[in-house]
Design a protein around this ligand. Structure first.
Ligand code: TYD
Ligand code: MG
Length: 453
């Protein structure tokens, strides 16, 4: 029997569509991700508002809406959003199961409700009783928080229409389905349809909407990367469940800077904002240990001091292994090669392990100097004084290069009581005058190693 032409195959990883089933998605290269989905064309004119005259508006006549942001009541969360909740925005909060998505949204809901905003919390995963139990655990006391356990998009939208909340929360987009689409909840076409209908609702009614979404083990929000294009803001939870701290990061934000982070600690009574993340990441620093140094990173506009640890030990195999955690492995190999070639370190027969303490991830070249200092400290078995911090990028000739936002990094080190800061010479200007901390500019790795030990 010929297939109905309304059948299409959709890659559950990237959303690419195909007429035929294929073992490998031609777009993203993933295997076994194509799933048959029934496609119902939108009836003519249906779903869209009647054609309006689309006359352009003069730029200066468009109302600015920045002053209409409303604070969520949790500073760390507002920072990530770019200063508060924007009316009509659709925010996606992604993360691994159990990391704290439902917890953060319900905590925001409580704060808003305490400030007099009505919040409609739609859960497709938990019953009203379960939500109540969680709320009691969090000590919630919210007058204008309404809970709806529902998975049908049409019912949710009509309830939202009737209720007209100040914030709509949809807990887990993967559980909501639209009866317009025949495939199962959580499939790419469902998720996309639900997200774009919610987007339309947000824009038409100026209601801000938060949706949560589970991520796959590869780290993308289950199924659709396309979802990231639909929403205004994407916030991911980072950090693993072995640590108590949780980092939320905006990877996309139409209303603010991307890459801003907020740091929380998961406690028995919910997520508690951590005002000074550096203190959190440094609190377990070992005393008198070799192979440990503190480096200053930037996360968005915010400086964070983290401890880098290295362990260099004779290999039991032919050639040494290089393993990293929280630091790019290729970058580490490159830095090790620079140490060998420019400073004569004999590392070929050594295993080199590099770790960023506390489960933090560093993704910027400014941490190069920290990595090198930690490796050198372990290799030479020399301690780096506890009150010393370093940062800077390292080039292939062993030169130390300037990095951005040196001032913010230096101030963070000063605030936390560091006594000596080693940084690129070109970044030193204007920082000599910092009180209580000696700032030393270096041009080469040789100079850095002379200063650090
Ligand atoms: P949750 O927000 O339900 O995760 P998600 O919605 O992302 O799946 O968080 C659940 C985890 O957080 C669970 O393992 C228990 C823990 N937790 C606490 O430690 N303290 C708390 O106050 C709450 C509410 C949860
Ligand atoms: Mg949840």
């Amino acid at each position: 029997m010929p297939r109905s032409p309304a059948t299409i195959y959709v890659c559950q990883n990237c959303g690419s569509q195909s007429r035929k089933w294929l073992g490998q998605c031609p777009d993203c290269g993933e295997w076994n991700t194509l799933v048959e989905e029934r496609f119902r064309p939108t009836p003519a004119g249906g779903g869209r508002t009647a054609a309006r005259s689309a006359a352009p508006t003069a730029f200066r006549d468009i109302e600015s809406q920045d002053d209409s942001r409303s604070p969520s009541g949790i500073d760390e969360f507002d920072r990530v959003l770019g200063g508060g909740i924007v009316p009509g925005s659709l925010v996606l909060i992604g993360g691994a199961p159990g990391i704290g998505k439902s917890t953060i949204v319900i905590q925001v809901a409580e704060r808003l409700s305490a400030a007099g905003t009505s919040v409609l919390y739609v859960s497709g995963e938990e019953s009203e009783r379960q939500i109540k139990m969680r709320g009691e655990r969090l000590g919630l006391d919210a007058d204008t928080l309404y809970v709806l356990a529902e998975t049908d998009l049409a019912a949710i939208l009509s309830e939202a229409d009737r209720h007209a909340p100040g914030l709509l929360i949809v807990d887990s987009i993967q559980t909501i389905f639209s009866s317009q689409i025949e495939s199962a909840p959580g499939s790419v076409s469902q998720v996309r349809e639900v997200a774009s209908r919610l987007m339309m609702f947000a824009k038409q009614t100026a209601t801000p909407i938060f949706i949560t979404g589970h991520v796959t083990k590869e780290g993308s929000i289950a199924g659709p990367r396309t979802l990231e294009h639909i929403v205004d803001t994407v916030i991911y939870f980072e950090g693993d469940r072995h640590h108590n701290h949780r980092i939320i990061r905006a990877t996309k934000n139409r209303f603010g800077a991307a890459n801003e982070i907020g740091v929380f600690e998961m406690t028995a009574s919910g997520l508690v904002p951590v005002g000074n993340p550096s203190e959190l990441f440094l609190q377990e620093r070992p005393e008198n240990a070799t192979g440990s140094v503190v480096t200053a990173c930037m996360e968005g506009t915010r400086p964070v001091l983290v401890e880098m640890q290295a362990l260099v030990s004779g290999t039991k195999f032919g050639s040494g292994r290089r393993m990293t955690q929280g630091f790019d492995q290729n970058r580490a190999s490159l830095l090790i090669a620079v140490l060998e070639k420019r400073l004569g370190f004999q590392l070929a027969g050594e295993d080199v392990f590099l770790n960023v303490a506390g489960g933090f991830e560093i993704d910027e070249p400014a941490a190069d100097l920290g990595a090198i200092a930690a490796i050198a400290s372990s290799y030479r078995n020399l301690q780096i004084p506890r009150e010393t911090a370093v940062f800077g990028e390292v080039g292939l000739t062993g030169e130390v290069r300037g990095v951005m936002q040196a001032q913010a990094r230096a101030r963070e080190a000063q605030t936390l009581g560091f006594k000596k800061l080693i940084l690129p010479e070109s970044n030193k200007k204007g920082l000599e005058k910092l009180i209580g901390i000696r700032v030393i500019g270096v041009r080469t790795l040789d100079e850095m190693l002379d200063e650090v030990f």
